[in-house]
Design a protein around this ligand. Structure first.
Ligand SMILES: Cc1cc2nc3c(=O)[nH]c(=O)nc-3n(C[C@H](O)[C@H](O)[C@H](O)COP(=O)(O)OP(=O)(O)OC[C@H]3O[C@@H](n4cnc5c(N)ncnc54)[C@H](O)[C@@H]3O)c2cc1C
Length: 404
């Protein structure tokens, strides 16, 4: 294989980048030359079978995406993932306003919580086994050009080498440098909140139930089921709070942090220990006017970051990969030219609506519940959610949406 010329070149080996590369190889066939350029080393295959502590960076992956990943030969490690079969949402006064169950729609599972590293590694392993090449390096720029008579794009690496591809997929995360280099302009809004994540040990079993509290100060606490840690039931905390509160949560002694969480969650689930120090990350709403350029496409967080309150960030990125898979599998010209402008135009049309809808939903919910100076509006949100939560058809619609 010519290691400098590809059909599809993915810049950025996070979960979404690897999923796009895997989709390309499976949809376009064994002759397609597909590579991922990643600046960080892939974890060693053996490290997943050891007792490495579970990282606090986890994803809620919807059942629809789990099924698609399985269809692409991705095998997730059950020791680093946990099933979510129910979700309970609590309003400002602590009362439960919504309870959705997978069984409402005849399913066993709404979603699964999966450790970031384990998921990235599982998708990367399937991609490498399918014939995707890993290029270790950092992409620094994107240029027009290519061999004479071939419409292509060039990815420049930090060592000045150039890789040519019919399609460059930019998947280098929310801080994307290559999105800007390709001339695709993003608008970014920083939420006045950071996400604080930590793994916690529970006093009793979590019963595969995720719980979320919209709190009077505008912060949002989510507790998500994790696989057992050292034989004990465990939960992942994602607490979206203003930066000062987020810093103070990160600085708290374990006892103090547990008291703060139990004061909110105690009637539903009590936590008894913290497994590893909490960490926080900034939250953004990031949009691209157009994720498609000439022979270049931006996917994942590089194209559409959103608030984690609905646990949808990585799901929307995986939906990008699924869309590409469907287009490459069904459009005849894709085999010859996976970056053909007509194909990219279809991608743009198919992804625009669903991505915008999910960003508007998460942003709308954030705004509704981040109005501590407008308590009436927040109370109306609580009441509306409680009312709708009593309507079986609404619960079924939500359960189905959560699974896409
Ligand atoms: C610190 C942190 C913690 C988070 N915790 C959570 C959480 O608990 N729950 C949750 O739902 N979401 C969390 N998120 C958000 C979540 O990680 C993203 O939604 C998800 O990772 C998006 O996947 P992606 O593949 O699009 O991008 P990423 O996972 O960001 O992957 C981008 C990849 O590109 C590589 N890269 C970057 N620049 C270059 C370059 N120039 N050349 C080559 N490679 C490059 C990076 O090394 C990385 O591997 C967190 C994000 C951060 C930053």
């Amino acid at each position: 294989m010519n290691t400098t010329s590809f059909d599809v070149l993915v810049a950025g080996g996070g979960p979404v980048g690897w999923a796009c590369a895997l989709a390309a190889r499976h949809a376009l066939g064994n002759t397609a030359r597909v590579a991922v350029v990643e600046r960080d080393a892939l974890p060693d295959a053996k490290s997943w079978t050891t007792d490495k502590p579970l990282s606090a960076r986890v994803y809620t992956v919807a059942a629809g995406n789990l099924r698609w990943l399985a269809s692409q030969d991705v095998v997730l490690d059950p020791a680093r993932s946990a099933t979510v079969s129910e979700m309970r949402v609590h309003g400002r006064n602590g009362a439960e306003s919504l309870h959705i169950r997978a069984t409402d729609i005849g399913e066993d599972e709404l979603a699964r919580i999966i450790e970031h590293e384990a998921m990235t590694f599982a998708i990367a392993r399937a991609a490498v086994q399918a014939g995707v090449l890993l290029v270790c390096g950092e992409g620094v720029d994107v240029h027009d050009g290519g061999d004479v008579g071939v419409e292509a794009k060039l990815l420049e690496l930090a060592d000045r080498s150039l890789l040519q591809a019919r399609l460059v997929i930019v998947a280098d995360g929310v801080q994307s440098r290559l999105r800007d280099a390709a001339g695709l302009v993003a608008t970014r809004h920083s939420y006045p909140q950071h996400g604080v994540v930590a793994n916690l040990i529970a006093e009793s079993g979590h019963r595969d139930t995720a719980a979320q509290w919209f709190l009077p100060d505008g912060s949002i606490l989510a507790l998500l089921p994790l696989p057992d840690i050292a034989g004990a039931s465990a939960m992942s905390m994602v607490w979206s709070a203003d930066p000062r509160r987020a810093a103070s949560l990160c600085a708290m002694a374990d006892d103090e942090l547990l008291r703060a969480i139990n004061a909110i969650s105690g009637q539903t689930i009590r936590l008894r220990a913290v497994a590893g120090r909490p960490r926080s990350f900034p939250l953004n709403l990031l949009r691209l006017a157009d994720p498609v350029g000439k022979r270049v496409l931006v996917v994942g967080d590089a194209a559409h970051a959103m608030h984690p309150l609905a646990g949808q960030g990585v799901n929307v990125g995986l939906a990008d990969a699924r869309c590409l898979f469907d287009l490459w599998s069904s459009v005849a010209m894709a085999a010859d030219d996976p970056g053909h402008p007509l194909l990219l135009a279809r991608y743009r049309r198919q992804r625009y609506g669903p991505t915008l809808a999910m960003q508007m939903t998460t942003d709308g919910l954030f705004r509704l519940y981040n109005q501590s100076e407008q308590p009436l509006l927040m109370a109306a949100g609580d009441a509306g959610m409680r009312l709708l939560g009593r309507v079986p058809a609404f619960r079924r619609t939500l359960s189905t949406a959560a699974m896409q």
